[in-house]
Design a binder for this molecule. Structure first.
Ligand SMILES: *Cc1c(COP(=O)(O)O)cnc(C)c1O
Length: 225
C-alpha cells in the first residue's frame, strides 16, 4: 500500500516537473496486471481513472465496482480491440484509445448508438512503422478519414501512440514529437482544432512524453514497483 502511494505521488510530481502544461495532463492507472484489492489501494490514493486492455476483464471490473455503488470511476480501453468485443465496453467506456481501422470505428459507432451514447475515441498511429505494433499508417488514415468523420456516434478527440521499447531516447522523443505534429496537421486540415488529446507515455518513457506534450499518460508497472 505505502509503495503504491509513494509511486503514485512520484508520478504526479513528475507530471508537474516534466509536462509543458501539467494542468492538462490526465494520469491513467493501468490496472491490467492487478486485481480489485490492489485497485482499491489506488482508489484510496484518490486516482479514479483505470486503463485496461481486455474487453471482458474491464467489463467485469466495471460491474464489480458498479455493484458496490461506485459510479465515479473512469474506465479507459487502451489495448487492441476486436470488433466482436466492442459490445462489452460500449455501455460504459469513457475513452477508447486504440481505433486503428474503419471497420472497428464503424462497430463502435453502431454500439454507441444502441446505447444512446457518443463514445470518445482516439486514433492510434503507428509512427515508427513497427510491424508488431497496431495503429494506423498515416497514408491509410488519410484514406479512411472521410468515412471516419461520417460516424455520428463516435467523437474523435485526439491521437495515441506507443513508442518502441528501446533505450534510444532520441528515437522515442522523435516518435512523440511526430505524433504532436500529426495532431497539429490534422487539426489544421480537417478537425478545426477539435483534436485536443495526445495519449502517449508509459512507465519507460512517460517523462519524455510529458516533455513532448502528452495530455494523457498510461502508466502501469511503475505503480506496483
Ligand atoms: C500495458 C500498457 C500500458 C502500461 O505500460 P507499463 O509499462 O506497465 O506502464 C500502456 N499502454 C498500453 C496500450 C498498454 O497495453
Amino acid at each position: 500500500m505505502s509503495n503504491i502511494k509513494n509511486n503514485i505521488e512520484e508520478i504526479q510530481k513528475d507530471i508537474k516537473d516534466y509536462s509543458i502544461y501539467p494542468e492538462k495532463v490526465k494520469f491513467i492507472a493501468v490496472t491490467k496486471y492487478v486485481d480489485a484489492e490492489v485497485m482499491n489501494s489506488i482508489l484510496d490514493c484518490g486516482v479514479k481513472v483505470f486503463g485496461e486492455n481486455k474487453a471482458q476483464v474491464i467489463k467485469e471490473k466495471y460491474e464489480k465496482y458498479l455493484s458496490e455503488g461506485r459510479k465515479d470511476i473512469e474506465w479507459h480501453f487502451i489495448g487492441n480491440l476486436q470488433k466482436n468485443k466492442v459490445k462489452y465496453i460500449a455501455p460504459f467506456v469513457k475513452l477508447i484509445h486504440s481505433v486503428n481501422k474503419l471497420s472497428l470505428a464503424q462497430e463502435i459507432d453502431k454500439r454507441a448508438l444502441q446505447n444512446n451514447r457518443v463514445i470518445d475515441v482516439l486514433l492510434e498511429i503507428n509512427i515508427a512503422g513497427e510491424e508488431s505494433k497496431e495503429g494506423y499508417e498515416l497514408e491509410e488514415l488519410y484514406k479512411e478519414l472521410p468515412q471516419l468523420l461520417e460516424l455520428k456516434n463516435i467523437n474523435i478527440i485526439g491521437l495515441m501512440t506507443m513508442a518502441p521499447f528501446v533505450d534510444d531516447e532520441t528515437l522515442v522523443r522523435g516518435v512523440f514529437r511526430r505524433l504532436r505534429e500529426i495532431k497539429d496537421e490534422l487539426n489544421k486540415k480537417t478537425f478545426n482544432g477539435k483534436l485536443t488529446e495526445l495519449s502517449m507515455g508509459m512507465t519507460n518513457d512517460y517523462k519524455i512524453a510529458l516533455e513532448e506534450g502528452a495530455t494523457i499518460i498510461r502508466v502501469g508497472r511503475k505503480i506496483y514497483q
